[in-house]
Design a protein around this ligand. Sequence first.
Ligand code: 5U1
Length: 788
Amino acid sequence: MTVTTKANTPANRAAELRARIEEANHRYHVLDDAQIPDADYDKLMRELEAIEAAHPELAAADSPTLRVGASPSREFAEVRHALRMLSLANAFSDEEIVDFVRRIEEHLDIADPVFSVEPKFDGLAISLRYENGVFVQGATRGDGETGEDVTVNLRTIKAIPLRLRGDDWPAVLEVRGEVYMPRADFERYNAHAREHGGKVLANPRNGAAGSLRQLDSSITASRPLAFFAYAPGAVENGSLPNAHSALMRKFRDWGFPVSQLVETARGAQGCLDYYRRIGEARDSLPFDIDGVVYKLDDLAGQRELGFVGRTPRWAIAHKFPAQEQQTKVEAIIINIGRTGAATPAAVLEPVHVGGVTVTNATLHNADQVARLDVRVGDTVIVRRAGDVIPEVVRVVPALRPDGTQAWAMPTHCPICGSEIVREDGEVVARCSGELICPAQRVQSIFHFAGRRAMDIEGLGERVIEDLVALGFVKSPADLYALTVADFAEMRRRADERDGTTPETVKAGKVATRWAENLIESIDHSRATTLERFLYALGIEHVGESTAKALAAWFGRLQLIRHLPWPLLKLVPDIGGEVARSIDHFFTQEGNQSAIDELLMRGVNLKDEHDVSPKLRQSLGSDCLLASFEIPKLTGKRATQLAAAFEDLERVAHVPEHQLVTAGLPADTAAALVRWRDEGGHAELFARSLRSWNTLRELAGSAGEAGQSLPLDGQTAVLTGTLKSMTRDEAKDRLERLGAKVAGSVSKKTSFVVAGEEAGSKLGKAQELGVEIWDETRLLAFLAGQGGS
Ligand code: 5U1
């Protein structure tokens, strides 16, 4: 019998080789400190490959042999991020940074906070998941909620650890960062590609993004990709340091590359000094950056600040000025958007701007064209900043040829021939064709089907163009009546139209499968959420966060689709312009019937609910009066008016002198009467009162005894840090009990909740003699109201 000592089993040798190879990778790709010659490294790899080939049972997810790539896959699977991936708000000026820092100071009641500052790398954001220290999954950002599973491709990047170093990492750790292509590697790669007739990459950023999205991971492995870690994702069974800068040090200890340019800076001035320093060094850095990022260093402060939509309040990207180039305008065209907006665009002689070839640049609107006086034949300066659409910045007058003519917005839509109309006071001109305009139809259906809207997988713009052009679909509801036969017929007619050859039997089978998949996606999209549905309707100015707010506050489509704009405005963050746009949309009969049709065809909103109790605070008669935007009727005057006329109906009729008797200044009373007499206002007032009464009933705020909330009419202010909950949670719970939570202390403040390290607000409350609650008192009060 042979005795195999622990030292020379294949398993032990494989483990030893993996550790040595990964140590070499770490030194070379993370520490920039090569340890062993290439030939020795290759020898270790070949030995490991041989052992793994002879002993397939020794395969491991963290083996460096997986870094060479695997056989091509058919498509990327979807990955739902355990914690959504954020995006950053952009700032372009010092003032925006000063404002950003001031907002944080005010919100947290602190001065000169410390920020973790770093370059904004120009690559592709990804998320890496480690379970028990082993890299198990990597995904692209996608829409922030769901990305693509690019694990196999990410394994090929040697700077990404397959196994974490040390032993103090959480059992589940997600690390977010940027995959990028170093400039020198990009140049080398392209030089080689040019010489050998290979594919030349447009720029390092596209190089990184394109390489990661290869279905054949051996192609990814051949591309010189690198990585920087910059943020945590989900964490389970373990904890992280309490400052971002400390976390970056931990990331380094655990084997991740973290940029040497990560520093801390104090206050707005510290951030701006860093911005200038990095700006000066930008051209000599080994990788492309397009700005710097500031993150509040204190993670508890980050949690407390929370988010607006998808962007954190505690971080911002300070972008470098956009890059500019000179080129010629070949034509000026207009594009028709989903709401009919006619946007002029310059067709340009192709020009390279910041590594990308630009052939089109937006001119925004007719006023902008007039302001710049852009003409066909002009030489212009175009600018590109990050991902935004390139724009024309100015004309070079000295290079204008003879005989050019000033541009004017066409009178008719180039797509449907309807008149192009520009309403008084509007900046945007619109095609009046609405749904008879195929461009608008295609765009609105494309938006409706989009990933963040109804999420109909596979229904791209080209298919929608054909469906609309060949008469199969006129409105979103028509999608839900389509059959496999319709798609086959559409294809046949499209082939006929384009003069393409009819399908072979095999291709026909593929086409049937394609149609069946589409029908399945359409069917699947029927069950959706109110928020997605509202967004999908494509109401002007209603983005995802407005749709979310509408859904959260009002809860039901049936309610929202009949609310006049002054009531929509009661929702925080919905202003007059947005509210009027929503009201306008729902007062169009065509839109209401389009919604009915969608519901009839089985679209259902699975998360509808009652109105939010928070709405109660906005349903005072003073709030309603203030929301009509009646000239001179300030919040204070609205409160006065509401107190004088318990029955709001009377406000619509009382004579002017009675308004004055009630205490309104003469000019306010006159303005109110004028407003009442103006077209449509009486009707708006009556309609709003009806909806207001309904809402009050729904919100249980009809004023009956026993229905009032314990903190009705009280204003609270929060300051300092609470141990048992974040400030947002405390705010939410106080609001649910009827309180208004304000940002600053005044004589009107009912009480101040002061946590640890409370700042100036506490001093102000003491000065004004406002009641002060400590955390114990708050918890006792909440417990007394049935909250724990
Ligand atoms: N350098 C850097 N880029 N970047 C992008 N840091 C950073 N942080 C980000 C993003 C989206 O997000 C965190 C604030 C989570």
